[in-house]
Design a protein around this ligand. Structure first.
Ligand code: FES
Length: 144
């Protein structure tokens, strides 16, 4: 994780993000991070500026079994706010999402949904992706 990223406790949620800033809240953990648009170092997980890229930069656990190449659905999340500021889903992502459990209208793959402009984003990691111990190892697999 880069030293440049601000700790989530520094985010003032009582105000909207300043001009040119991106604010992302990861639910249900409720962790919020904020950074200047396009300022994060690319960590090589998913598309640059994807939700997975942001999560990896800040040490927030979002499973990504295939390494972020749109070949699984473990990074599935629901975009609850800010969808209009994200990239359009490509056919490959849509095809992959069709195989995901609990798909909803706001479903995206975290490695493919790219933040394209400053603003506020809220994403929720579905519960079947949350059964992990803090070290990031499965406590038990989906459906178990
Ligand atoms: S990490 Fe595998 S599809 Fe996103």
């Amino acid at each position: 994780m880069s030293d440049r990223v601000a700790d989530l406790r520094e985010v003032d949620l009582s105000k909207p993000p300043a001009e040119g800033m991106v604010r992302v809240t990861f639910l249900p953990e409720g962790r919020t991070v904020e950074f200047a648009f396009n300022s994060l170092p690319y960590e090589g997980h998913g598309q640059p500026m994807s939700f997975l890229d942001v999560a990896v930069n800040y040490g927030i656990f979002l499973d990504h079994a295939c390494g972020g190449v749109c070949a699984c659905t473990t990074c599935h999340l629901h975009v609850k706010q800010g969808a209009e500021g994200t990239s359009e889903a490509e056919d490959l992502e849509l095809d992959r999402l069709e195989t995901a459990a609990g798909i909803e209208l706001n479903s995206r793959l975290g490695c493919q949904a790219v933040i394209e402009r400053p603003g506020t984003y809220v994403v929720e990691i579905p519960k079947w992706n949350r059964n992990y111990v803090q070290e990031g190892k499965p406590a038990h697999g989906p459906g178990s």
